[in-house]
Ligand binder design. Structure first.
Ligand code: SAH
Length: 457
């Protein structure tokens, strides 16, 4: 078999890059065989060393560029190459936005077989320092604690110096926690051996209030020298509002465990989106880019086209952010969310904002919505905002039976979005328009909101 392949592992090849894949990697062909070259851009002629060969494609390391793309720019971050956090810093911002539009178009075409109009990506004015949350693993290299993002396709930690897409306070937290733990002799968790204590540092900073919440994830409930840790963190981090210990003793990649212990201050952060205020607890999901979130939700609201009389379902509702935006223009909103702590937040947030026409249910959407349907509940508009794996088929089946006039689908993964839209298109719905929103500049991640309407009346 291998003999028929036009290239071999270890070989150095020359090729011209034709496009970028969804991960932002250059894609070229070598004697017709597909080769992925991370870091290379369309139209560039490159030399690359083949590092792996699969049945249908190979991967190669960029060595040199003989013809450079006009869209190539100097990456801002000095750790851009080793760090796996960003993938597109070498591509100018306008081209990043075009790439994201094309990624969504391609997914809908290839996976759903549909030519849905995809609008130009809504970009951000200043594509840096936009993230409100840093979540980094802690490890040990030689005798030093390190904390930072993983290298691309590995679990080697790149010790963070300065992350240009983070709120600056989140950098301060990562450095402070790392240095304080090191000084106090607290151990880092070793994945392979499932030993050692501190697994992750999570920092969340509110752009509205400037306050910061710190979460230290530990492999076990016993954290030595708690008082000293809290004291030192309070000295090091201005506007600290709380320190939470999250206990995660399970093996694997899931970052947060189920137990939270408040070590100091309050275990929640106050953030604002538009004129609404939200309190979010340590484990609750909250969009990472608040200014773009306002635009994303604005588009979702436009697609929902509410008159004030509708019953709306907000599925995968998190702390109720979209629910509260919708509630002011709807008769009532029913939110469903699997994480109990987020539903507690959602109920509190409704009350803080004096919104009285929302109800929230804890549980998997694919379990709760069929039950609600059986009890006779119907929705005029359904909003879904699932995690990367998309919606469960049982949920899509119930939504189809419920036959709402409109579905507004928010997605962070074009592949599962396209799969789910295909199902809906085969079951009485028509995808009308997709709007990518750039929530994650400098990375290859894309957020999309899609309007899907019922076919016929
Ligand atoms: N709409 C919210 C949250 C979106 S993130 C916002 O914009 O902030 C996706 C949410 O789905 C997370 O809060 C996660 O806890 C929740 N979730 C994951 N699987 C779920 C399921 N099967 N049913 C309901 N909620 C789920």
């Amino acid at each position: 078999m291998a003999n028929n392949l036009p290239l071999l592992k270890g070989e150095t090849i020359e090729l011209t890059i034709e496009s970028l894949n969804h991960a932002g990697e250059g894609v070229g062909r070598f004697h017709g065989f597909t080769v992925f070259v991370p870091g290379a851009l369309p139209l560039e002629k490159v030399t690359a060393k083949v590092i792996s060969v699969q049945k249908n494609y190979a991967r190669a390391l960029l060595q040199s560029i003989s013809a450079t793309s006009p869209q190539r720019i100097m990456p801002v971050c000095e750790q851009y190459e080793p760090c796996g956090g960003c993938q597109l810093q070498h591509l100018d911002y306008a081209a990043q936005l075009q790439l994201k539009q094309k990624t969504v178009e391609d997914a809908l075409q290839r996976i759903a077989g549909l030519s849905v109009p995809v609008l130009p990506t809504l970009g951000i004015e200043h594509p840096w320092r936009y993230r409100n949350k840093a979540q980094v693993p802690v490890g040990q290299q030689k005798n030093k604690l390190v904390a930072g993002f993983y290298e691309q396709r590995s679990h080697n930690i790149v010790d963070l110096k300065c992350c240009h897409i983070q709120h600056p306070a989140n950098d301060t937290v990562v450095h402070a926690v790392r240095n304080i733990l090191q000084a106090l002799g607290i151990t880092a968790y070793k994945e392979n051996e499932h030993r050692g204590l501190v697994r992750h540092i999570l920092a969340r900073t509110s752009f509205a209030t400037g306050e910061t919440l710190v979460v230290i994830v530990t492999n076990g409930a016993n954290l030595p020298k708690k008082e000293q840790i809290c004291h030192a963190l309070r000295e090091a981090i201005p506007n600290l509002c709380g320190i939470v210990q999250n206990v995660n003793t399970k093996r694997g990649n899931t970052i947060l465990g189920k137990e939270d212990i408040t070590l100091w201050g309050r275990p929640w952060l106050c953030e604002r989106l538009g004129d609404l205020e939200f309190h979010l607890s340590a484990r609750s999901f909250f969009q990472v880019n608040p200014s773009q979130t306002v635009r994303l939700y604005g588009k979702a609201l436009e697609y929902a086209a509410l008159s004030g009389k509708e019953t709306v379902f907000d599925l995968y509702c998190g702390i109720g952010t979209i629910s509260l935006f919708l509630a002011r223009n709807a008769a009532k909103v029913i939110g469903v969310e699997s994480l109990a702590a987020a539903v507690d937040d959602a109920r509190k947030n409704a009350s803080i904002n004096e919104i009285t026409n929302t109800t929230f249910h804890v549980g998997a959407a694919e379990k709760i919505v069929p039950l609600l349907y059986k009890e006779g509940y119907r929705a005029d508009v359904v909003v879904v905002d699932p995690p990367r794996k998309g919606c469960d088929q049982a949920l899509l089946e119930t939504i189809s039976k419920m036959s709402p006039q409109r579905i507004v689908y928010l997605s962070c993964n074009p592949a599962t979005l396209a799969r789910d839209i295909r199902f809906l298109a085969e079951n009485g719905f028509n995808p009308v328009e997709a709007q990518p929103v750039d929530m994650f500049p400098q990375t290859s991640h894309v957020e999309t909101v899609v309007l899907i309407t019922r076919v016929g009346k």
